[in-house]
Design a protein around this ligand. Structure first.
Ligand SMILES: Cc1ncc(COP(=O)(O)O)c(C=O)c1O
Length: 374
């Protein structure tokens, strides 16, 4: 028997920063909440992770089923077919594309490739929290610029860039605020960043926008811009964990050096290829999301609650004692997301559901609020 407890021995050899590392709190899974509260999982509604309420793209499912027969073989780690299809979609070359195990993996690869202790990383104060977590993981320093009217303040971000800045993160739309910056404003700002700073432009929700910013002109010039997309949102494939980055081929080559050889699996690659062909599904989801955003925005407004006008597939709403409201909703079988970790202790984030799901939230919420406020 070792003389000391495992925790003490682990602590002795652990990188010191690991003990300080904040841990990401994901939206709670339906099964877990049902088990904990004795609910029937079939009745639990998850509006907590900005997933697609209409399920996976049907063509993605067909393609995934076909790919299952080949899972005794390792996947093509280079994702040849998927990169080809994505290159065609964005009018880029395949060597400008890098698939990842969700776009989260690509954010981590940026850390592996570019961040050392003492480096600075510029981001918005209430930007998607993984930027900060990855920055801290690599011993670098997050430099947070406050948002203005819940939107990224590009001028403030530019002013935060110093000689030590290696990476700047800009999400548009941002999670959890649901706000986007003007496409032309983003392009001009990105062009004005120092040439030796990497801009990571996170487009996880770009497919919900009428007119997403297009940074490909900068990529064509060889500027250090990495755009991130995901199959987790409008394509309905969050469970497969597939995202991708695109940028200048030299940047993609650098990131390729630090990834695992089989970072994306064969079934997910096939599903993504299927999803890319399902334009009709994407169109329906985009339209339904717009209607759902209106429904939730107007409904929450009628309840007298402040919301942040959103262009994504979720909406932030100020409810006061958010932790209690979150727990009350959960007991009623609805999982949403408290935003305490974002310094928004009075706010919840609610993903846009299908019409009946949104209705259920709007019906249950006043009861829960009444109970909490007494
Ligand atoms: C802004 C943003 N970027 C990236 C991600 C990561 O998505 P995934 O790793 O599922 O591709 C999310 C997920 O919620 C997000 O909101």
């Amino acid at each position: 028997m070792p003389a000391t407890a495992p925790a003490a021995r682990i602590e002795k050899i652990l990188r010191p920063s690991v003990l300080q590392q904040p841990v990401y709190e994901p939206g709670r899974p339906i099964d877990e909440v049902a088990r904990e509260l004795g609910l029937d999982p079939e009745t639990v509604l998850k509006l907590a992770s900005n997933e697609n309420p209409f399920g996976p793209a049907p063509k993605a499912l067909e393609a995934a089923r076909r790919a299952l027969t080949g899972v005794h073989l390792y996947p093509d780690g280079g994702a040849y077919h998927l990169r080809g299809a994505l290159a065609a979609r964005h009018a880029l070359a395949p060597d400008q594309i890098l698939p990842g195990n969700g776009s989260n993996e690509l954010i981590e690869l940026v850390g592996h490739a570019f961040l050392s202790p003492g480096d600075e990383v510029v981001m918005g104060e209430r930007a998607f929290i993984v930027y900060k977590l990855v920055t801290l993981l690599f011993g670098a320093r997050p430099v947070e610029a406050p948002l203005r009217d819940h939107r990224h303040d590009l001028e403030a971000m530019r002013a935060a860039v110093t000689e030590r800045t290696r990476v700047v993160f800009l999400p548009s739309p941002n999670n959890p605020t649901g706000t986007a910056n003007d496409p032309e404003e983003i392009l001009a700002w990105a062009a004005g960043l120092p040439e030796e700073v990497l801009l990571v432009f996170d487009e996880a929700y770009a497919e919900y926008l009428d007119r997403p910013a297009d940074l490909r002109p900068l990529i064509k010039e060889g500027r250090l811009v990495l755009c991130l997309r995901t199959f987790s949102k409008i394509f309905g494939l969050a469970g497969f964990r597939l995202g991708y980055g695109y940028g200048p081929k030299e940047l993609i080559a650098a990131l390729n050096r630090v990834r695992q050889p089989f970072n994306t699996n064969a079934v997910a690659q096939a599903a993504a290829l299927g999803a890319l062909e399902d334009e009709a599904f994407l169109r329906r989801c985009r339209e339904a999301n717009r209607a759902g955003l209106d429904q939730l925005g107007e409904g929450l407004d009628r309840l007298g609650l402040e919301t942040i006008p959103s262009v994504a597939n979720f909406i932030a709403v100020k409810v006061g004692p958010a932790r209690q409201v979150f727990e009350g909703l959960q007991r009623a079988g609805i999982i949403v997301r408290p935003l305490v970790g974002y310094g928004m202790a009075e706010w919840l984030r609610v993903s846009v559901g299908a019409e009946q799901e949104n209705l259920r939230l709007l019906e249950v919420l006043p009861r829960v609020l009444g109970g909490v406020r007494g």
